[in-house]
Ligand binder design. Structure first.
Ligand SMILES: Nc1ncnc2c1ncn2[C@@H]1O[C@H](COP(=O)(O)OP(=O)(O)OP(=O)(O)O)[C@@H](O)[C@H]1O
Ligand SMILES: [Mg+2]
Length: 312
């Protein structure tokens, strides 16, 4: 029998991934005959990459010469002996959906979980996939101030000796994390404040250290760049090395450094980086070539942008 499918959605840093991973761990520990496959689609964004990742997770070796449908054959044979739960995290980064169609059609006993930041994303899926998927939806709302307070204090209790943190410093960080509505920013601030306190040989972490950490928050990209697929990460390093360039100039440097994508793909990847706050885009109007876009790495972004991120 088929299990239910689920779409989890909600803003960044509010526990979607961690909830799914906890569920998977429970399934693995407490059940037999259910394969659990978690895939981060920011790195694995095509049917081919997803299939090879699944074959990998299922323990198949020497698969590097196989094509998507050959990989799927292996995956299917193994999974159809029992059942499976799939989680496709960062699902809005998926570039083609053939793999999903294959799973929906040819895997018999399964549940599929999709995680995305955008509720709207489902609406634009191919109707043939949508009608086969018909997922329940589960919205992850942003954490309240109290919830953030609880989560951060729990982390503190695991990671620090008692009385290291001054109460006002904790409050400051809780407020900041609530202000940017991202628990990940709060965790970053805990770590950064501790490093700052340590480097000034202070035994306690106070508001001065927390404030300095908050100033640095702009350097913190909301998502970890390790999550990016290789090509996008390569583009990000080119932006980082060459700040404040026009899109066209940047593309030339990218090609010089060995980049292989065409201009259109390149600009699409830059737009995704901007959407996820790795880079900023600024429209420059006029000039000899007409309107252009200036690309900047976020930590070198304009003061205005910096203010927006550090004000709450
Ligand atoms: N309820 C919680 N208790 C403890 N830690 C939490 C909780 N919720 C989130 N976290 C921690 O916050 C961080 C961000 O959570 P998570 O990665 O699940 O966010 P997300 O909703 O998947 O965000 P994104 O949409 O950006 O991927 C993780 O380090 C996670 O461990
Ligand atoms: Mg996540």
């Amino acid at each position: 029998m088929n299990g239910k499918n689920l779409m989890m959605h909600g803003p960044s840093g509010n526990g979607k991934t961690v909830a799914c991973k906890n569920l998977f761990q429970e399934l693995q520990e407490e059940t037999d005959g259910i394969e659990v496959l978690y895939i981060n689609c920011w790195q694995k964004n095509t049917s081919f990459k997803i299939m090879s990742d699944m074959a990998d997770q299922l323990g198949f070796k020497f698969t590097h010469n196989l094509k998507t449908d050959e990989l799927f054959k292996l995956v299917k044979q193994k999974i159809n002996k029992g059942s499976a739960v799939f989680c496709f995290d960062e699902a809005d980064k998926i570039e083609d959906f053939d793999f999903l169609y294959m799973l929906l059609e040819e895997i018999y006993r399964k549940s599929i979980i999709l995680i995305t930041n955008y509720h709207q994303w489902l609406i634009n899926l191919d109707p043939r996939i949508k009608s086969r998927l018909t997922p329940d939806t589960l919205e992850f709302k942003s954490y309240s101030m109290d919830e953030i307070d609880g989560i951060l204090r729990e982390r503190i209790s695991y990671a620090f000796f008692e009385n290291v943190w001054q109460e006002d410093a904790v409050k400051l960080i809780v407020q900041k994390a609530y202000g940017v509505s991202d628990i990940r920013a709060g965790l970053y601030l805990l770590k950064e404040s501790a490093l700052i306190a340590e480097s000034s040989s202070s035994k306690r972490i106070g508001t001065d250290h927390a404030r300095k950490a908050i100033e640095k928050l702009v350097e913190f990209t909301i998502k970890n760049s390790a999550d990016l697929e290789d090509e996008t990460r390569f583009i990000l390093t080119v932006v980082k090395k060459n700040p404040s360039l026009k899109m066209g100039e940047l593309f030339k440097l990218y090609e010089k450094e060995g980049g292989k994508s065409v201009y259109k793909t390149f600009t699409r990847k830059i737009a995704k980086l901007a959407e996820n706050k790795f880079v900023t885009l600024e429209r420059a109007i006029g000039g000899s070539e007409g309107n252009t876009t200036i690309v900047n790495y976020l930590s070198t972004a304009s003061k205005k942008e910096e203010k927006k991120l550090t004000d709450f």
